[in-house]
Write a protein that binds this ligand. Structure first.
Ligand code: NAD
Length: 283
């Protein structure tokens, strides 16, 4: 079986490689090298954010790779401090300027921040719609949106988010939000797909990995893609970046999928903040 990364078709007709490379917590000074390694290995989708502080280095790595701009799918996200429409417009311009790109493939509202901005993320979403209309964002989406937040957008706006990027891993299946996405044509992007390493010592996962002669990271990433989600594991170690790429040349059977899915601890398995209460705005 060849190791080919499938494309997922979004509800706006654009396509996204199902496997990408995440750069959260990669220091700016290490980002050009890490992204360069990922592109050499074959990754064609990079997930960054204004808040990660490494957009400029992501752009630099893509230019240095010699690949055409259109061969690489680039996502970035609106920083929490810039939800008001005028701020969002300036922030989006800064993102494009940092990347040194005239368009981005996917731009997301990073967090809904329902306790900030008088609870208004609808005007922020309508501002992202402008970026899509003028062609500078090919696709627009959201991140960390709960079902209630998605329902509110559906009631108040016409453009359905192209993706919802949320925390998902074997300890936190986030099934209710995923099910809403499935029912409404919003693919899930699973962030922290290996729970920032927290699932790697799990005895069930270690057993499965041994049975299949794969690593735990590969088994877990494979579980995500067989569920239809989009993933972009982060690593700065070339060996791991390579390992995480090789997940399309084997399959998990139904029983194994179910063993992994049953590790879900519900809300107790969440590693990151709860989007209903998260209100962080960087200084
Ligand atoms: P992750 O689940 O990808 O885990 C990363 C950690 O696991 C790193 O410490 C890395 O060294 C280790 N690791 C990676 N591959 C490994 C391997 N093969 N073997 C052993 N250890 C390995 O966590 P993440 O970085 O939080 O999530 C991935 C991406 O998701 C981020 O880089 C970012 O792009 C995105 N993200 C988005 C949000 C959001 O709010 N939208 C939040 C967190 C992350």
């Amino acid at each position: 079986m060849a190791n080919t990364v499938p494309d997922i078709t979004l509800n706006d007709g654009n396509t996204i490689p199902q496997l990408g490379f995440g750069v959260y917590q990669i220091a700016p000074e290490d980002t050009v090298e890490a992204v360069g390694t990922a592109l050499e290995i074959g990754y064609r989708h990079i997930d960054t954010a204004e808040m990660y502080g490494n957009e400029a280095e992501v752009g630099e790595a893509i230019r240095r790779s010699g690949l055409d701009r259109d061969e690489v799918f680039v996502t970035s996200k609106l920083n929490n401090g810039f939800h008001r429409p005028d701020d969002a417009r300036k922030a989006f311009e800064s993102t494009l300027a940092a990347l040194k790109m005239d368009h981005i493939d996917l731009f997301l509202i990073h967090w809904p921040l329902p306790t900030r901005y008088d609870g208004d993320f609808v005007s922020t979403w309508k501002t992202l719609e402008e970026f899509q209309r003028d062609g500078r964002a090919r696709s627009i989406g959201v991140s960390n949106f709960q079902v209630a937040h998605l329902e509110r957008l559906a009631a108040a706006t016409d453009v359905v988010p192209a993706v919802n990027q949320i925390e998902v891993h074997p300890y936190f299946g986030n099934e209710e939000v995923r099910a809403y996405g499935r029912a409404h044509g919003i693919p899930t992007e699973a962030w922290s797909p290996i729970a920032q390493g927290a699932v790697l010592d799990d005895p069930t996962l270690v057993d499965i990995a041994q049975e299949l002669d794969r690593t735990v990271a590969q088994v877990v990433l494979r579980w995500h893609v067989q569920r239809g989600d989009i993933v972009f594991p982060k690593s700065s170690t070339p060996r791991r970046i390579e390992e995480n790429f090789h997940i399309f040349d084997f399959e998990l059977d139904d029983a194994t999928m179910e063993r992994i899915t049953s590790l879900d601890k519900g809300e107790a398995g969440r590693q990151g903040p709860n989007p209903d209460t998260f209100d962080y705005i960087p200084a």
